[in-house]
Design a protein around this ligand. Sequence first.
Ligand code: LMR
Length: 408
Amino acid sequence: MQGSRRTPNARTGTSQHGLFNALKKQPPDPLLSLIAKLRDDPRQEKIDLGVGVYRDASGITPVMHCVKEAERLLLAMQATKSYLGSEGDVGFVNLLKPMVCGEAFARDPRLVGVQTPGGTGALRLAADVIAASVARTKIWLGLPSWPNHEPIFSAAGLTIQTYRSFDVTTQQLLFDDTIAALKSAQPGDVVLLHGCCHNPTGSDFDVAQWATLAKLMATRDLVPLLDFAYQGFGRGFEPDATGIGIVLEHVGEALVAYSCDKNFGLYRERTGALFAFTQDAPAADRVYSNMLSAARANWAMPPDHGAAVVRLILESDELRRDWHQELEDMRSRVASVRQELAAADSLFAPLVLQCGMFSLLPIDSVVIARLQAEHGIYMAGSGRINVAGIRGGDVERLVRAMRGVRGR
Ligand code: LMR
């Protein structure tokens, strides 16, 4: 054959029946496009408060030491890259169970889980299982929330019912509004809750509020879907699972979408899991089979590498200890940046009462645009900042820039 390229089709005109004619151009994802915009900004002093990745005091997102060590072991010992099943790495899933759901539930035959491509994959799989279970299921979503929640749930065909759960101006949780909304939900409706380190507000329920919510969901037969993507970044590794524990003690059914992308620093490896707590062993079996069939239809099986790394870390006492220490170091850096910001300016004062990587500042789009254009300070259009993006020495400049653009 002469040459390897095929000749372009001579029929280049437009047809009114073209399959793609009806497609509307979609706007780029605002958060992900911020990454590219920031990368192309030549200013040395730019500050990245955008996408939710941990950065150390010098602004680097390091590969964790325990991950490097596990990868070294994996490289030496991995004998095949043949397929796993749609459930992914079963050892990984079983080792996560006690961390996520507690020791007692981990041994309970009513709890099942599968590996997923990150927390996003876990949320999508949860939505597909919910949609396969009941026609026109409603999911209750307190706003503001992670902007990707709505697209994920609507892509799976769920009906989304929103309510206000946080006041940005006062930086207060709207707990009474949350309770009122859930009192109007119908039995079988699903309720999305953030397990810890709320994204974007950093404001979590306290123990009493979790207990109130758990009892309400139990009495009204509502099914919690807990998005648990930041364990270890809030009050501490075990304290961050308090809310999940309280919910599981009360309700008969629940789903937990877990991510290892942040707490193992595995972002691009897409490492997560979906757990379902069901009413009895036969229900667990049914749910598990639906998780597998939905996973098969979506991605056949999840990518292996991240889960294999996490499994090796959790199987080794030494690596597990290292991991906990590294995670605790990351958590305490984020907490101390919160303290520093709060002490520097009253705008940031509520940040010490919040936790995790995110807070949602009560500032408008003009301020956000000017910070970016005039000072190279990048944040989400909502005013969400990633506290972990603030390097040592950035606080003073951030506060000065903020005062300048806000005219204070
Ligand atoms: C974030 O909220 O910044 C992260 O969860 C990354 C993402 O996918 O949006």
